[in-house]
Ligand binder design. Structure first.
Ligand code: ATP
Ligand code: MG
Ligand code: MG
Length: 555
């Protein structure tokens, strides 16, 4: 492969291989914290790590970074596993940081014995204050020079649950005047008195990220530990922690950083997504307006479209925002090739074909997908009384209106050419029926001269007596602002779009859709792409609009 086709992380790996790293030593990991559902930003990291696994033929671990029982739950573990598999990736080992609590503890004891860690009994505020500022050195804690014996005793008692949360912490003894604030005696352990979803009440001290992450990488022999840019200053500490335990015969993991992916018109941090859920602004983590993988799935996004989006937005060294229109482009491209074409009317008005025999019904043939010659056809029932969209008819219209008017011809998709003749109105003047005549020789696909006739517009329709009723949910952006969490002094919740969900209670669909299944994708002709919602039953069909046919969203 040509070197220029490698992104900067792939280049680092290729160099390591060129410098003698054995290819069978390559191993990657995806390390989610089970404190929420995965979002489209995580998909970037998943596609990156599992993509490297594929590219270099190396295993990828799924590691749950479960060191904070106050926020983590089994529900999230299960959802994360499901989403990764759904995206099309398979991990090698399923690991948990909590599996390493004993090793991490034993290593911490070693550090205390070597005089490289100490228990600090000051308040968290005081400890923070003593850290100093990047330009002034920190102040040593009075606990910094406690004897090894005393530290071993205190740490032991921390572990045994003698102390309340917040009373003691274990700190690494590094350098209180380091220009890197993270090196100023960082916390290694804190007391958390809450049951853990895997280890229960076995532990009441929990390792901090910096103490757990690199050591977990080492235990799993991860060659390249890729994380987002905010961890760059942590790299020095990552390396310091590894120095304390590193054995020359083993592989030494390497932390490298890449840019976070953000998406316009949404928020991505799990804390904020949780706030949307808890405040009931959305119906749950999988609300179709959420940028979560589960929300996108429910909305009708496919794994391929999300993988494509990750590929197109790329891996970068600088943080950036990807426009949500790229995501929509990816799903449109995919669904155009795969979605079954059907007809549904969302805002119905009755249309009567006066010269079509009463009581007659016929089955017409509809192509499932003009983009796919193997997609086949299905039948659509036709009869004298139909629904069309209210906006597809105007009594009087200018010359640019190519839909139905009085005296003008249009084609009914897969059916006949009709001509508007008259309207029936209620006492308020609203149109209740449109009467048309039909060119009975013009049936689509019949090969007659009349069937080849060109008319300016084609409308979708459903036969009233055959139509099935359904609920349709249409979604707009969840936020009105491009970057809702970037405004100083303003909470992101202020930018929530109050009209992001529109429910149409009575739409009418062709009967073919009665058999729709959860993962089926449809293009409702002229309207957009739709998929069945998970709350649907055969008595109450519900479809979610995934995306419109083209990008009509004005900035
Ligand atoms: P959040 O703020 O959403 O909670 P996080 O980084 O704390 O994000 P983790 O569960 O720790 O969430 O993330 C697992 C992996 O996914 C990490 O390696 C993290 O760097 C990566 N990741 C998280 N968000 C993004 C993003 N927006 N773009 C790229 N990678 C991300
Ligand atoms: Mg994290
Ligand atoms: Mg987090």
């Amino acid at each position: 492969e040509a070197p220029e086709s490698l992104n900067f992380l792939e280049q680092i790996i290729a160099e390591d291989l060129a410098n003698g790293l054995a290819p069978d030593k390559l191993r990657f990991r995806f390390p989610p914290e089970p404190n929420g559902y995965l979002h489209i930003g995580h998909a970037a990291s998943i596609c990156l790590n599992f993509g490297l696994g594929k590219k270099f033929n190396a295993p990828v671990n799924l590691r749950f970074d479960d060191t904070n029982p106050t926020k983590e739950e089994q529900e999230y573990v299960d959802a994360i596993r499901y989403d990764i598999e759904w995206l099309g990736f398979q991990w090698d080992k399923e690991c948990y940081s909590s599996d390493y609590f004993q090793e991490l503890y034993d290593w911490a004891i070693e550090l205390i014995k070597q005089g490289k860690a100490y228990v600090d009994g000051q308040s968290p505020d005081l400890i923070a204050e003593q850290k100093g500022t990047p330009t002034t050195p920190g102040k040593a804690s009075p606990f910094r020079d406690t004897s090894v014996e005393e530290n071993l005793d205190l740490f032991q008692r921390m572990k045994e649950g003698e102390f309340e949360a917040g009373t003691y912490v274990l700190r690494a003894k590094i350098d209180m005047s380091s220009p890197n604030m993270l090196m100023r005696d960082p916390l290694m352990y804190r007391i958390v008195r809450k049951a853990h979803h895997r280890t229960g009440t076995e532990w009441c001290i929990y390792p901090m990220y910096d103490w757990a992450h690199g050591q977990s990488d080492y235990l799993e022999q991860i060659s390249h530990s890729l994380c987002t840019l905010e961890f760059k200053p942590h790299r020095e500490l990552y390396d310091w922690c590894l120095d304390q335990i590193y054995d020359n015969n083993k592989l030494r993991p390497k932390q490298r950083e890449f840019a976070r992916r953000n998406l316009s018109y949404t928020v991505m941090s799990k804390r904020k997504l949780l706030e949307l859920v808890q405040s009931k602004t959305v119906a749950g983590w999988d609300d179709p307006r959420m940028p979560t993988i589960s929300g996108l799935r429910r909305r009708g996004y496919t794994p391929a479209s999300i993988r494509k989006f990750s590929e197109l937005s790329g891996i970068s060294k600088r943080d950036g925002v990807t426009d949500v229109s790229l995501l929509e482009f990816c799903i449109r491209e995919d669904l155009n090739k795969t979605a079954t074409r059907v007809m549904g009317v969302l805002d119905p008005v009755k249309l009567v074909i006066t010269n079509y025999p009463e009581g007659k019904e016929e089955m017409l043939v509809a192509e499932n997908n003009p983009e796919d010659p193997n997609a086949g056809t299905h039948e659509v029932p036709f009869s004298r009384e139909l629904y069309i969209e209210r906006e597809d008819f105007k009594e009087e219209a200018g010359s640019k209106f190519f839909r139905l008017t009085l005296g003008q011809e249009v084609r009914l998709k897969n059916a006949y050419i009709i001509k508007g003749e008259s309207v029936v109105k209620d006492e308020k003047g609203n149109i209740t029926e449109i009467h048309c005549t039909c060119d009975l020789d013009s049936k689509s696909g019949s090969g007659t001269e009349a069937s080849m006739r060109k008319v300016k517009g084609t409308l979708h329709w459903v036969s009233i007596q055959h139509a099935i009723k359904a609920e349709i949910r249409e979604y707009d952006r969840l936020f009105l602002d491009e970057a809702p969490d970037s405004h100083e002094g303003k909470d992101f919740m202020e930018f929530v779009n109050p009209d992001s969900l529109k429910i149409i209670k009575e739409a009418y669909l062709e009967p073919f859709l009665q058999e729709a299944k959860l993962d089926d994708k449809f293009q409702f002709q002229r309207l957009g792409y739709f998929t069945l919602d998970k709350d649907a039953t055969s008595e109450r069909l519900i479809f979610n609009k995934t995306v419109g046919l083209r990008d009509t969203w004005a900035k």
